[in-house]
Design a protein. Sequence first.
Lengths: 98, 503, 477
Amino acid sequence: MKNKDITRIQVEKVASLARLELGEAEAERFAAQLGSILAYMEKLEELDVEGVEPLTHVLDLVNVTADDEPVPCLPREVYLANAPCRQDGLFLVPPVIE
Amino acid sequence: MNELRELSAGELAGLVAAGEISAREVVEDALSSIAARDGLLGAFLRVDREGALAAAAAVDEKMAAGEDVGPLAGVPVGLKDNLCVRGREITCGSRILAGHRAPYDAAVVERLRRAGAVPLGQLNMDEFAMGSSNENSGYGPVRNPWDPARVPGGSSGGAAAAVAARECPVSLGSDTGGSIRQPASLCGVVGLKPTYGRVSRYGLIAYASSLDQIGPFARTVEDAALVLEAIAGHDPRDSTSAPVEVPSYVDLLDRPPSLARLGVPRQCFAEGMEPEVEKAFRAALEVYRKEGIDVVEIDLPRIPYSVACYYILSTAEASSNLARFDGVQYGLRVGQEEGMLEMYRRTRQEGFGEEVKRRIMLGTYVLSSGYYEAYYARAQRVRRLIKQDFDEAFSRCEFVLMPTAPSTAFPLGEKTADPLQMYLSDIFTIGVNLAGLPAVSVPCGFSADGLPVGMQVIAPPFQEAGMLRAAKAFQDQTDFHCRRPEADRDVSPPAGKRGEQAG
Amino acid sequence: MSKWETVIGLEVHVQLGTRSKIFCRCPVEWGGDPNTRVCPVCLGLPGVLPVLNRRAVELGVKAGLALNCEIARFSKFDRKNYYYPDLPKAYQVSQYDCPLNGPGWLEIPNGGETKRIGITRAHLEEDAGKLVHFSSAKASGVDYNRTGVPLLEIVSEPDLRSPAEAGTYLRTLRTVMRYVEVSECDMEKGSFRCDANISLRPAGSTRLGTKVEIKNLNSFKGVEKALEYEEIRQRRILEKGGELVQETRLFDADAGTTHSMRTKEEAQDYRYFPDPDLVPVVLEEEWIEDIRRSLPELPATRAARFVRDYGLPEYDAGVLTSEKPLADYYEAVAAAADPKLASNWVMVELQGRLKEAGKDIGSSPVSPENLAELLNLIQEGTISGKIAKTVFVEMFEKGRAAGTIVEEEGLRQISDTDELTAVVEAVIAANPGPVEDLHGGKKKAIGFLVGQVMKETRGQANPREVNRIIARCLGLK
């Protein structure tokens, strides 16, 4: 099967954007697999898409909106109950330097 | 008691509504079926015994009070683990959502409850609905009731297996590229994917937003119609929900089908199916012909491009939909001592399985700077062409018939080495999602070694009623749907069972 | 005369004044305990979906019309993908290539004339949450109350040429947005935020120099100071022949300086793509026209009209039209009394007292009609300007009508010549010294005599008449 040359650097870059920390062997494997998958994707270049509009939604719905009517909120405990780390009604995360 | 699990959902609801059995009895029977069989199959990740019995009790109370109990009164329903159920642990078959309890019910769960149905628990699935064999679950694979050494299909493997094994009469799954229909085919049951927008996605943990739909598994077309009617309908909380009336699918099933012409795309024979599948499919076409229905060849020229198109669009959307799983608000969190960036990276690295990571990588790549036009935008144009192909086909026939899967259930581990090979096995189902059409897979035969083969009936948008009638017409002439898998007998689990258990 | 030309563009985010959030129905209010104004949708919990708030679109269009923008008949939402703990879905729903509002402009006052500043676009997007930093620095906390609040991002063309001009642009933009009631535009409450882009280029050049983005600007003065600092910093580097780095810098309000943001990452790749969960917005002409018709007269137009119709100086017109309720108040007074008099009294007396009392024009105890009545009493000569001020105090504090106060307290101005002459003659007789000064040419001494007459008449004498009679009595010119 044809393979597209996906470099380790590209894999690192994509993994970084996706916030994944791949292992060595894993990164190698992904580079090879993505290479063959992307080479397969090039099949789409066989088609003439000149003048064809991209399709985002299969239904032709437009203007789906809601009225500007506020609805009361549930107690925050409902949502904080799942928090891995919390304090004073806040979701805690490692310090973020701005 | 064993007879209860032989009954259809419609029959069960009828008996409960008539006061001939209690909802409690029905649910107790389902729970004991699960307890007896699921150790081997692994279809259920979590069973909510308490909740199910409480819901059954509520139905029985309503009966006693003379109130309307609903069209699915007392019917136990398994729910794929990507459907939110308030207060229950919902993980999408992933470790990254371990411990995550949904604070709300999905729209379909609300509707099932209103119809009197009883949610039983969460069904195993390929992680985040990515897979065609249910081997990608973070909690262990599901086994096919027809042969436990084989896969049930995916990603709704648990939902298909549970129904095939008569652990519950119906279940709900989701279908993005075939994830209801393909496991239905491999497990010898009915699996229906509605028109995109027919059923609300509110509460379905998204994989690919423009392709996902929720649908029922059942052993008969009638039951599929019954469940579809209960869950379909416009939902103002889902902007992509269609403002189209829900006809009474159940009532309309009784009307004689008006099937002038069915179309079979010639491309499906070129794509390669196992000889047994082709044999069963061709025999199925004869069933229609014998009824005097015209079965003609049609053309879907872009079908061969549908896998490439799908895997660009679905992975792109998924890479964005799954970005929120970061350990901040819920689920798994790892590495917080090392700072924010490390927390993100390690949580996702440890929480996601390999297939999910692979698709996130692919999706991120095709959206990244410099590649958008070549991959994503092009795939969107090809999607329009594929949809046009179907529109054109429906001007020549009322419904399209295709095999559901190119093979019968394959052994566990057989296809895991090459992801692309696994993707290519979706060739018959994917185009339907790209075009947003409704399709139902019905059992249409068996291979020489007794494995089920499924056939799809595909309809134009919002023509589920006609589609179900066409499927029923086939079902009425055959008895494939009545055959029973080996593993529907109570079997003790093999020594050293894997993964999570009912609880 | 400078070798270098400053080029500034501003990105302003205004919070739209809806009652609920852009994609869910959580209430939008300032403050509140953390995470008490959230729901599964704005928290981005698994399985949720957005539904667009129609009023956000309405206000977005209103703003666009007020900024002379081309309103897009077709617009859509896109996902801007990036990671930050205050962004729960790890993407922000925004608009990328089909914004709600296309190119437009805003005219700003420019030393007696106006200058047109181009607006590139204005689009809808959702706000993120807030990070709370613990002093122990061991953790940060996330509050999602603000997540999902509707924002309009207004991007200006790089048409501004000085920090002062940037300040004027911001103030003018703020006034306009408040006029059309699109946003409160309160920088302190975060409903008006600004990032600036500044570059320098050789005077006369048309190519843009290296752009530096400035963030953490929390006041109009801060914006001007930051840009002033940047101008100098950049000029110094360029004059030495150095090159500027295209970067993002943060403004330090205390030090008055900017410093580079510590970022290890390369330029962000947001991977924009159309949001599949939201459908496009297609606007009908009718609907846009309805909104256009509902727009009030904009401040610049209204100020020009004040100058033209009421003969007010530009400065006064500017002050009176700086807030719509104030302009409305003024016009109600001017409709019933002398416009120039009204202008002085509204700007000085009324605004002064309101400020002291911590009230705004909307809660003025003196209604426009009451004020007009007072002004007419002055105009008719019924009371003097000085007396009017004391009457006004009583009107303000007790909410009573001018006419009533004047009658009850007998404050009518005395203009009767005979009555006044009698008093004048008595005062002249009693003050030979000043009289002599006057005859001697000391014109100012008349003031003392007038003062005495006023004292005798408890301030009610008509001062002009008094002056005239004294002059007549003493045979002065």
